[in-house]
Design a protein around this ligand. Sequence first.
Ligand code: NAP
Length: 304
Amino acid sequence: MTRIALVGIGKIALDQHVPALNASPDFTLSATVSRKGSVEGVPAFTDFATFLAERPDVTVVSLCMPPAPRFDYAHAALMAGRHVMLEKPPGATLSEVHALEALARAKGLTLYATWHSRMAHAVAPAKAWLKDKTVQSAHITWREDVRKWHPGQDWVFEPAGMGVFDPGINALSILTEILPAPVHLKKARLEFPANRQTPIGAQLTFSGNVTADFDWRQTGPQTWDITVQTQQGHLALRMGGNVLELDGQPAAGENTIMGEYPALYARMAQLIAAHQSEVDLSPMTHVADALTLGERITVEDFHF
Ligand code: NAP
């Protein structure tokens, strides 16, 4: 078993990373680093430099803090000879992730920029079905309630928090995985609350008749759907990529997200064993393009 540390013990670390590591055949959770958070029974550090100096036996770190502070931690970890796993989105900017990728390569270490939604149950079957199809159009509907999923997390509305692209990038990680040919952004309409730095809604138009509707103001039923019309039939991925329908009929998947993080850690173990990195920035490139190209619409103030 390889010793691993979790850094940034907050919502996603406790909801998903800790259970996945407790069940992992590859890793044992041997330390946490967090200013306030900890995991019962696991040695807890509040300072990353102290952890790196005192625990050379822990050879892998998994960074679960928001994207803005992540680069400094990833850089320090790679400089100290640790393999690094990044939560999504992998960083605050594309350039900083390119820099980390180059550093990992120079040091002979693994850098894994994870996209948990790509591990959803029906994504691989959807990709396999689409492989030889002719795509005519596709649409993403990703509408959820930010108060339910990010209660009080003001960082999502700060620079680098990405606003509605924090969930939207999950949809884009699936889209870029399953489409048989890449698309590029042509138009974006971004809705910024007057009192915030990042959008709460976004409507995107890509090449190839691909469109997306991201909204963080949806109360009641939540929607995480991707539909694809092809010459050979209709595909729908529902529940965040976990359920596949073909021509309206259930075809694959399971309505639970609990398999995603175990699959990420299994992949990390494979990458370390193979002395490889995996850094696909295509979902984040679309977000950067939207923030470059987008028309800005001011909407009403948002308060948690
Ligand atoms: P969170 O609970 O707000 O933050 C995680 C932890 O990061 C915090 O508890 C905090 O721990 C640490 N942290 C926050 N700001 C920091 C800073 N400036 N410097 C150092 N550490 C800091 O966020 P989260 O919801 O877990 O999300 C973290 C990442 O996971 C994001 O990139 C998000 O997109 C991704 N993610 C989230 C979810 C979800 O459902 N929430 C799902 C999938 C992926 P201390 O204060 O103890 O240091």
